[in-house]
Design a protein around this ligand. Structure first.
Ligand code: SAM
Length: 294
C-alpha cells in the first residue's frame, strides 16, 4: 500500500478501498474526492490555522480530514457509516487532534459537541463534501442552531449552491436563498466537475462558502412568522405575491384588506415573490404580524 501518498491520491484511495474491502453505498451519498487541488481550495476557503477548529460532516475514508488535520488545531469528523470508522481510525492514526464520531449529524447535539470538542479554539468552521441527499437539512440545522461558527465551506450540488447564493429577480432565487442569506453571506468558491470523485456523481458540484453572520441583516420580531410569509409567497412561483398570500392568509376574504397591508409594506400586489428582497419580506412580516395575521 502506498502509505506515503495523500489519502486523496487515486492510487492510495483505491488501495484503501481494496484493503478494507469497502463497497460504496449510493444511499449515503458516498462519492469520495480524489483531487488535491479541489481539496486545497476547500481548505483554503475556510481560512483555518492552529487556533481554529474544524467540524467535518461525512469524512468517508478521510481525504479531506487529512488536509484539515494538517491545518486546524482540532478536527472532529462525524460519519454515519459504521464500516468507515475502523478505516478512519487507522488512516488518521498519525493525527492525535482528530476525533472520529460515529453518528448521524442530523441527530447529534451540536451545542454539546462544540462545547466538548472545540473548547480551546478561537473559532470553528464546518468543512465538508456533503452527502447530497441531505444537504439542505444539514445546512439549515447548522445555521438555525446559531452555533458559534465562523464559516461553513461545503461541496454541494451546483444547482443548490446557485440557489443559495441567488439575488432577487432570477429564477434561482427562492425561500432557500432567503433562509441561507438570513443567517450567512454566501459566496461561490468554485465549480467542480464530476471527474474528481469516485464513484462519479450524476450531477455537477460546487464549493460554497457561507460566512456566518453575527446578527441577521434585517430585524425580525418572529422568525417563524417571517419564514412562513416567505414560504407562502413562493407557493406557486408563477402567481403574484397577492395571490399567494391571499391563498395562505385570507382564503375567505376579499382583496381589499390584503392590498391595504401590502401598500403599508410598500409592496405592489402584482409583484412576484422572486422579486422581493429580504428587507421587503421583513417589512411584510412585520405589517402582517401587527395586523394579527399569523
Ligand atoms: N469527505 C469524503 C470525501 O470528500 O472524500 C466523503 C464525502 S461523501 C460525498 C459523504 C459522506 O457523508 C459519506 O462518507 C457518507 O457515509 C457520509 N454521510 C451520509 N449521511 C450522513 C449523515 N447523516 N451524517 C454523517 N455522515 C453522513
Amino acid at each position: 500500500m502506498s502509505g506515503n501518498e495523500n489519502i486523496s491520491s487515486p492510487t492510495r484511495t483505491k488501495a484503501i478501498i481494496q484493503r478494507y474491502k469497502f463497497s460504496f453505498k449510493k444511499s449515503l451519498g458516498q462519492n469520495f474526492l480524489i483531487d488535491q487541488n479541489i481539496l486545497d481550495k476547500i481548505v483554503d476557503a475556510a481560512g483555518l490555522d492552529s487556533t481554529a477548529g474544524a467540524l467535518e460532516i461525512g469524512p468517508g475514508i478521510g481525504a479531506l480530514t487529512e488536509r484539515l488535520a494538517m491545518t486546524a488545531g482540532a478536527v472532529t469528523a462525524v460519519e454515519i457509516d459504521r464500516r468507515l470508522i475502523p478505516i478512519l481510525r487507522d488512516v488518521l492514526s498519525p493525527y492525535s487532534h482528530v476525533k472520529i464520531r460515529n453518528d448521524d449529524v442530523l441527530k447529534v447535539n451540536l451545542q454539546e459537541l462544540f462545547a466538548e470538542d472545540f473548547a480551546g479554539m478561537d473559532r470553528v468552521s464546518v468543512v465538508a463534501n456533503l452527502p447530497y441527499y441531505v444537504t439542505t437539512p444539514i445546512l439549515m440545522k447548522l445555521l438555525e442552531e446559531k452555533l458559534p461558527l465562523d464559516n461553513i465551506v461545503v461541496m454541494i450540488q451546483k444547482e443548490v449552491a446557485e440557489r443559495m447564493a441567488a439575488s432577487p429577480g432570477g429564477k434561482e432565487y427562492g425561500s432557500l436563498s432567503i433562509a441561507v442569506q438570513y443567517y450567512s453571506e454566501p459566496e461561490l468558491v468554485c465549480m467542480v466537475p464530476r471527474t474528481v470523485f469516485i464513484p462519479q456523481p450524476n450531477v455537477e458540484s460546487a464549493v460554497i462558502r457561507l460566512k456566518v453572520r453575527e446578527r441577521p441583516p434585517v430585524e425580525v420580531a418572529d422568525e417563524k412568522h417571517f419564514f412562513g410569509v416567505v414560504q407562502a409567497s413562493f407557493t406557486q412561483r408563477r402567481k403574484t405575491i397577492a395571490n399567494n398570500l391571499k391563498a395562505r392568509f385570507f382564503p375567505e376574504e376579499g382583496r381589499e384588506r390584503l392590498e391595504a397591508l401590502l401598500a403599508e409594506a410598500g409592496i405592489e400586489p402584482s409583484r412576484r415573490g422572486e422579486t422581493l428582497s429580504i428587507e421587503e419580506y421583513a417589512r411584510l412580516s412585520a405589517v402582517l404580524l401587527a395586523a394579527g395575521i399569523e
